[in-house]
Write a protein that binds this ligand. Structure first.
Ligand code: PEP
Ligand code: MG
Length: 571
């Protein structure tokens, strides 16, 4: 049997399936010893409930993709149950008066409620028992922050899950995990982006078909085509082993381009940077010939933990990246949380549309203390490398002015303390909201550089959720509307003398390379493993020819014609 999904990270994985299911719910019998433990247990419960609410909300945002679910009303009911004051009261009472540990308290309260509902005559009410059990399991799972992925796996394991969080993908041990597949998620979901940068073959958005995979099934996963073959015969295994070997050979051939300059045949120099999340990725990026980092996603330091990192911890983290870059430039993006990147320890408001809501720079301008702590840490780290600061999700001129004012404050504090930092540090913004692309000429007067974030720019321009596999065909960065906005931003390079780069996934798509060079783009930032692939295109391109490609594309009115044409030109 073959299942098809969206191939998001190339490579072939051949190995045994490990299906990640809900963790078993068991009583431990451990009693709490003192008041301090009681307070901690209650806090732990509240946090686990908050995380559970976020999880269910995220599922609701993708509810079309949630195969097998009876619909969004069930999830709404789950959120209601999670906030049920009676459940909390009962759990707290068990912790306080019976000294039960939080795991046992939750299990006992939920089991009691399940029994009550099950015994009811009314069919509707007895069916609610399953919902209560479900939220109980979710809370218990979230009491232990260690994610399932941390478990020990045999080498060659292929992870099968309903969904994976970015922090799951980031913590995968690549020596053991050969690839993964999920039921939901799209090409630019963060779990997918991280898989690509870490070189883990991955397929997402497989839908309910993925449920037919059992633990221990032999699988072939093709991260390019998006297919998963269950229990392949020997002949198919041999065929895919050959394919895997040739992919690895191609990769090592491409890697041999590491020191070849990314120059077109008519001499235009292009700069290739890597998108990174930590110092290990910075080190790995240099292996692929990166000239620095065009996007350092700092939010990954904030994910998968229980509290905000202190200024000191952040400083050490950014400094480690700076040192690994060996003097090459690094564009440090300030905190971009919200949307699909939620923090368990931060109380996000309930939102109908988190991707249009309280996130990134909006949150930072509102929570000045969080923002200033990060800015001070970045500035201090700027003494150890060539750092630039980039603000995400800027939509208006006033936002960038407000961000710069806070940055100035952070600089003043450090100056007053006598702490050294790079006073000439360059300031830039992501262009990932259509309004910013339209007013790029006005924004250019405020900053030193732009970086085009095509992942969000595509999502917002076409009003297509980048996480929703049901509408994945509508999510298309080659749409003429998106391309025109991109062209408008790149034009500012000469019109308004501003540096312009691109760090969204389109920068890594070899079909787009000629087109983007033709538009005048000279700085690309992408997953490290894509650098040699794109470089291989650049060294075969000429600027004159690329301009013609750009002019031809701008005459076309739909992405199908555009991609067909580019595919032909890129052969
Ligand atoms: C983007 O939106 O294109 C981008 C690079 O940022 P992220 O994918 O982290 O949202
Ligand atoms: Mg973005």
């Amino acid at each position: 049997m073959t299942i098809s999904g969206i191939g998001v990270s190339p490579g072939i994985a051949i190995g045994k399936a490990r299906v990640i299911k809900k963790q078993a719910v068991v009583l431990t019998g451990i009693l709490l010893l003192n008041d301090e433990e009681i307070t901690i247990a209650i806090e732990k419960f509240d946090k686990a409930v908050a995380v559970s609410v976020i999880e269910v909300e995220m599922m609701m945002n993708n509810h079309d993709a949630l195969q097998g679910s009876e619909g969004v009303e069930i999830l709404e009911a789950h959120i209601e149950l999670l906030g049920d004051p009676q459940i909390r009261e009962d759990v707290v009472e068990k912790i306080q008066t019976e000294r039960k540990n939080v795991n046992d308290a939750v299990i006992e309260v939920i089991q009691a409620a399940v029994e009550v509902f099950k015994s009811m005559d009314d069919d509707y009410m007895s069916a609610r028992a399953a919902d209560i059990e479900d939220i109980g399991n979710r809370i218990v799972k979230n009491l232990t922050p260690a994610i399932a992925i941390d478990q020990d796996y045999e080498a060659g394991t292929i992870i099968i899950a309903e969904d994976l969080a970015p922090s799951d993908t980031i913590s995968m041990d690549i020596a053991k995990i050969a690839g993964f597949a999920t039921q939901i998620g799209g090409k630019t979901s963060h779990a997918a982006i991280i898989a690509k940068s870490r070189g883990i073959p991955a397929v997402v958005g497989c839908g309910a078909d993925l449920k037919s995979v059992q633990d221990g099934d032999m699988l072939i996963l093709d991260g390019q085509s998006g297919s998963i073959i269950i229990d392949p015969d020997q002949e198919t295994i041999l065929k895919f082993e050959a394919k895997r070997d040739s992919w690895l050979k191609e990769l090592s051939l491409l890697k041999s381009l590491k020191d070849t300059p990314a120059k077109t045949i008519d001499g235009t120099e292009i700069h290739l940077f890597a998108n990174i999340a930590d110092s290990a990725e910075m080190e790995n990026a240099l292996e692929f010939g990166a000239q620095g980092s065009g996007l350092f996603r700092t939010e990954f330091l904030f994910l998968g933990r229980n509290d905000f990192p202190s200024e000191e911890e952040q400083f050490e983290f950014y400094k480690a990246v700076a040192l690994k870059a060996k003097g090459k430039p690094i564009t440090v993006r300030t905190l971009d949380i919200g949307g699909d990147k939620q923090l368990a320890y931060f109380n996000f408001p309930e939102e109908q549309n988190p991707f249009l809501g309280y996130r990134a720079i909006r949150l930072c301008l509102d929570k000045k203390d969080i923002f200033i702590t990060q800015l001070k840490a970045i500035l201090r780290a700027s003494e150890f490398g060539k750092l630039k600061i980039m603000f995400p999700m800027i939509a208006t001129v006033n936002e960038i002015r407000a961000a710069k004012a806070i940055l100035k404050e952070a600089m003043q504090t450090l100056t007053d303390q006598g702490t050294a930092f790079d006073k000439a540090i360059k300031i830039g913004i992501m262009i990932e909201i259509p309004s910013a692309a339209v007013i790029a000429d006005l924004l250019a007067k405020e900053v030193d550089f732009f970086s085009i974030g095509t992942n969000d720019l595509t999502q917002y321009t076409l009003a297509v959720d980048r996480m929703n596999e049901k509408i994945k065909d509508l999510y298309d960065p080659f749409d003429p509307g998106v391309l025109r906005l991109i062209a408008n931003v790149i034009e500012q390079r000469h019109k308004n003398h501003i540096e312009v780069g691109m760090c969204g996934e389109l920068a890594s798509d070899p079909r787009a390379t000629f087109l983007l060079i033709g538009m005048g783009l000279t700085e690309f930032s992408m997953s490290a493993s894509s650098i040699p692939v794109v470089k291989n295109k650049i060294i075969k391109a000429s600027l004159t020819e690329a301009r013609k490609v750009y002019e031809a594309v701008m005459q076309m009115d739909n992405s199908k014609d555009i991609t067909n044409y580019l595919q032909e030109k890129t052969q």
